[in-house]
Ligand binder design. Sequence first.
Ligand code: NYM
Length: 209
Amino acid sequence: MTRGVLIAIEGLDRTGKTTQTSRLLERLDKSGVDATLIKFPERTTPIGRIINTYLTDKAFELSDQSAHLLFSANRWELAEKIRNLLEDGKTVVLDRYVYSGVAYSSAKGLPFDWCLSPDLGLPKPDIVLFMKFKHEDNVTREGFGEERYEVAEFQQRVKTQFEKFQNEDNWKTIYVDNKSIEEVGELIWAEYEVVARREREALQKFTKL
Ligand code: NYM
């Protein structure tokens, strides 16, 4: 059996990640691929509930370090589930992951490597699709500004931090400016297919030995 594909969709706030991850899930389902969507932060776990309060209640104070470690701990709460799903051959789609963790916290001024270290050892995505606006259209989108971090100047800093990952071997930028939901969906699907094919080919080579 092929190991499932681990695909993460990343980006600033209001860049269409949630729309695209759910469309991807539907398409995988229609294509007969057994897939699961996991969204970070996963707000329903014990740690996730604290994170939700932190994000939605601006009077709820946490040091930047504590907030960062909670976001990371939230991923570790789900790490075993992700690993088990992949080992069972299921594809896992992540709506935000380690890269959001590092980008948002280092944009506040915490050292980049310090931010990365608590996430070391988590399952590594086969592909990370970074949804990118060349211009900051996300700040004019409906709902922007409701939660902590949704401030235009801060988003710019987060973007700079995200871009530090752009030379990683699993990183792909999807330019979303002036593209319809369907067009972005096609680009994401094409990237998924490349990775899924690579996994199948790797398995065939292995079984021929
Ligand atoms: N966020 C998300 C972080 O600051 N660190 C993290 O590790 C993760 C996963 O949470 N503004 C921030 C980014 C978002 C906020 O995410 C909520 P969403 O996708 O809007 O629910």
